[in-house]
Design a protein around this ligand. Structure first.
Ligand code: DX5
Ligand code: ZN
Length: 219
């Protein structure tokens, strides 16, 4: 059974202290840092881009799990790779040719992820499951932290886990949005092995990040 990994989303961090916040996450035992990149076009919010990621990467030695909620995405993949992304996750709806975007990420030596919004079906990506390193299942509509978990997406997690086991694929199953200490257990039991969390990690237990990461990991 793969160890459950925790990827805290810095969308809920103090953006005026991002370097220190990332250091705190690393010291608190985060397995990677979930960086939510938003362009105000693919999603109705705008966060950070390659220059900020580049300077943050200098202060961190753990993987940057970069979630690109931008469209068009293909022409920017190299910028995020150069900035220091280790995992680059794209949304199928944001690229004209998902296969070429996946291949581009892998050619750059990075791990390739694809993300499914709550209303998007597995059929959108089923022809690529043998090529990717990660499927990111959105359990909220992308754009903001602090939203309510949508349990109906767990069916997709279960289906992806079944396909993975049957076809001996190797992709990680990451779930992202509204994850807390209760639904994280449902997500892991459904087959997720990477949990993204912003609000629960930064805000629960008086902001005790270490405790919150440990609680999420223990299920
Ligand atoms: C939403 C982002 C998520 C979000 C998670 O578009 O992709 O990563 O920040 O934050 P919480 O855990 O607060 O839902
Ligand atoms: Zn995200």
């Amino acid at each position: 059974m793969k160890k459950i990994q925790i990827s805290p989303s810095i969308l809920s961090a103090d953006f005026s202290q991002l370097g220190n916040e990332i250091k705190k996450l690393e010291q608190a035992g985060a397995d990677m840092i979930h960086v939510d990149v938003m362009d105000g076009h693919f999603v109705p919010n705008l966060t950070i881009g390659p220059p900020v990621i580049k300077s943050l990467k200098k202060h961190s030695s753990i993987k940057f799990d970069v979630h690109l909620m931008i469209s068009p995405v293909h022409k920017y993949i190299e910028d995020y790779s150069k900035a220091g992304a280790d995992i680059i996750t794209v949304h199928p709806e944001a690229t004209e040719n998902l296969k070429s975007s996946i291949l581009k990420i892998k050619k750059l030596g990075k791990k390739a992820g694809v993300s499914l919004n709550p209303e998007s079906e597995i059929s959108l990506i089923e022809n690529h499951l043998d090529e990717i390193d990660l499927v990111l299942i959105m359990s909220v509509n992308p754009g903001f932290g602090g939203q309510k978990f949508m349990p109906e997406v767990l069916d997709k997690v279960k289906k992806l886990k079944k396909i993975k086991d049957e076809k001996k694929f190797n992709y990680d199953i990451e779930i992202d949005g509204g994850i807390n200490f209760e639904n994280s257990k449902l997500a892991v039991n459904a087959g997720a092995n990477i949990l993204v969390s912003g609000t629960t990690i930064f805000k629960s237990n008086d902001g005790d990040i270490k405790k919150n990461i440990e609680l999420l990991r223990s299920h």
